[in-house]
Design a protein around this ligand. Structure first.
Ligand code: XMP
Length: 508
């Protein structure tokens, strides 16, 4: 077990995730955890995260220095390094410029175990304001930047190690080697933990949290809610009651297919067809944020009415993942809300249910892996993410049943061709968008004046940034030909070649 002391870094969950990838168990604790609390976990090592504050500021996270004197190894990253420096008698200075992004460092200490197998010059990811001016006495400088700034140091015995940069970030070359050196060679972890163990301990903790209560859950057909339901159902069986709301904004045959899968999973599901209500509520609405708001609120109302029938439920299960927490600005008070995602924080406040979010610390690929462990059907586990407001944000302008049907047909062709080309699993998300634009075309000998359909496909690791997908031209060609031939109302197909940022993944 590794304890991660969180000083508020945006990368804390990523550190935990990397440690999981290396098959070691870790636990995140707040920076002000006491020595006794940390010792009670019997950690084999401690990691001190980065953070937005400066150790030179009054009131910044000041970890109990006794934790540095425990017998186990301690690794400080960024703020964590500056804290170790100051706590052990070194000097930190505030620098006039903030260093942010890629940098190069040279490793100057070939005896440091954490650098085993790492070349002497590497590219790293930096994000800091302060610098270490003088490392503490009896410590060894291990790495420096091209400008001669301290990029790492260690204690003589190697028990304390500090990096100015972030080895957990993919842009740091050999970051995983440094982390694994720390875990296996410095701390002596054995790497026999895996996500199966995560499932076992999560099931046990759900059982003890929920006791004999009943839990309700909104299922969407997506990976997150389905895996969350499979997990809780493993813990408490049919005391989990699921509700599937058909908003009418789903894809072609989606409701039927998803319900079949849930039946195979033995979940207890009520199906509510509210599509007419959603269509009526959205009539004439063109503003994207209003669409999202209307859908979010109506969803809550429908869900509430349904859950009121389950009299003794005490918990609401949500399939929130870590990236949802960040993107909706729930993580830090000052984070900007880009879009009002309706699956996070959109709960009715007077519902009087406690929230259960067992996947809150995980990333999508980990949730997929857990879904496989829990035997969730492949087509759900591998399904591309689909937004709560569904096709409403992919049918630009006002929404009608007729437009939704055009979009459904086109989207079906697009996804079928992607699957046929064997590309579905290489793409994070692919979908069609119906534009409120008409263009002139020619079909046979006739002039047509019909809608434009945009295709979007992106690769991503968490949906927070994305690259547009490089399709083989023949696939795009086939999709475009089929859509224009088979979907009446569309005479032109375009492909979206914008990454995120500056665009978002969805068009609205
Ligand atoms: P954007 O468009 O913000 O999307 O780049 C990032 C990811 O989130 C999905 N998305 C949503 N998911 N409720 C959801 O559950 C929403 O309101 C919502 N809006 C966007 C989007 O499909 C992409 O995977």
């Amino acid at each position: 077990n590794i304890v991660i002391l969180d000083c508020g870094s945006q990368f804390t969950q990523l550190i935990a995730r990397r440690i999981r990838e290396l098959k070691v168990h870790s636990e995140i604790m707040p920076w002000d955890a006491t020595l006794e609390e940390v010792e009670a976990r019997s950690p084999m090592g401690v990691v001190i995260s980065g953070g937005p504050r400066s150790v030179l500021e009054e009131g910044s996270p000041w970890i109990d220095p006794a934790i540095l004197n425990m017998s186990v190894p301690v690794m400080g990253l960024c703020y964590g390094m500056q804290y170790i420096c100051k706590a052990m008698g070194g000097r930190v200075r505030s620098s006039t410029s903030r260093e942010y992004g890629r940098a190069h460092v040279t490793i100057v200490d070939d005896k440091a175990t954490v650098y085993d197998g790492v070349p002497s010059r590497i590219q790293v990811w930096m994000s800091h304001g302060d610098d270490v001016e003088a490392i503490p006495e009896n410590m060894v400088l291990t790495a420096k930047t091209d400008d001669g700034v301290v990029a790492g140091f260690r204690s003589l015995d190697g028990r304390l190690v500090a990096f100015q940069y972030h080895p957990e970030v993919a842009h740091t070359e050999h970051g995983m080697t440094m982390l694994s050196n720390f875990l296996f060679k410095v701390c002596g972890c054995n790497g026999d933990w895996d996500l199966g163990d995560w499932v076992e301990s999560s099931v046990a903790s759900i059982r003890s949290k929920v006791g004999d209560d009943r839990v309700i859950c909104g299922l969407s057909g997506g990976v997150d809610s389905s895996v969350a339901a499979a997990l809780v159902s493993k813990a408490i069986g049919d005391r989990l009651q699921c509700i599937f709301v058909d908003t009418g904004m789903l894809r072609d045959r989606e409701a039927e297919e998803v319900l079949e899968s849930y039946e195979a999973m033995d979940l207890n599901v009520v199906h509510v067809d509210a599509s007419e209500r959603f269509l009526t509520a959205l009539e004439g609405v063109t503003d994207p944020e209003r669409k999202r708001k209307i859908i979010g609120e109506l969803f809550v109302r429908v869900f509430e009415a349904e859950s009121a029938k389950i009299s003794d439920a005490k918990w609401l299960l949500q399939g929130t993942l870590y990236p949802d927490v960040i993107e909706s600005g729930h993580q830090g008070k000052n984070a900007a809300v880009i879009k009002s995602h309706h699956n996070v924080g959109g709960l009715p406040e007077d519902m009087d249910l406690k929230v259960l979010e067992p996947l809150r610390d995980l990333f999508k690929d980990e949730v997929r892996a857990i879904g496989r462990i829990l035997d969730v059907p492949q087509d759900i586990v591998n399904r591309h993410p689909f937004p709560g407001p569904g096709l409403a944000v992919r049918c630009l302008g006002d929404i009608t049943k007729e437009k939704l049907d055009v979009l459904r047909k086109a989207d079906r062709i697009y996804i079928d061709e992607i699957k046929r080309a064997g590309l579905y699993d290489s793409i994070w998300q692919a979908f069609a968008v119906l534009l409120p634009v008409y263009t002139v075309g020619v079909m046979g000998d006739d002039r047509t004046y019909a809608r434009v359909l945009a295709l979007r496909a992106i690769t991503s690791s968490d949906g927070m940034t994305a690259e547009w997908f490089r399709f083989p031209m023949e696939v795009l060609d086939r999709v475009s030909t089929r859509i224009c031939n088979e979907v009446s109302g569309v005479n032109r197909v375009v492909y979206d070649v914008t990454s995120k940022p500056p665009a978002t993944i969805e068009w609205e």
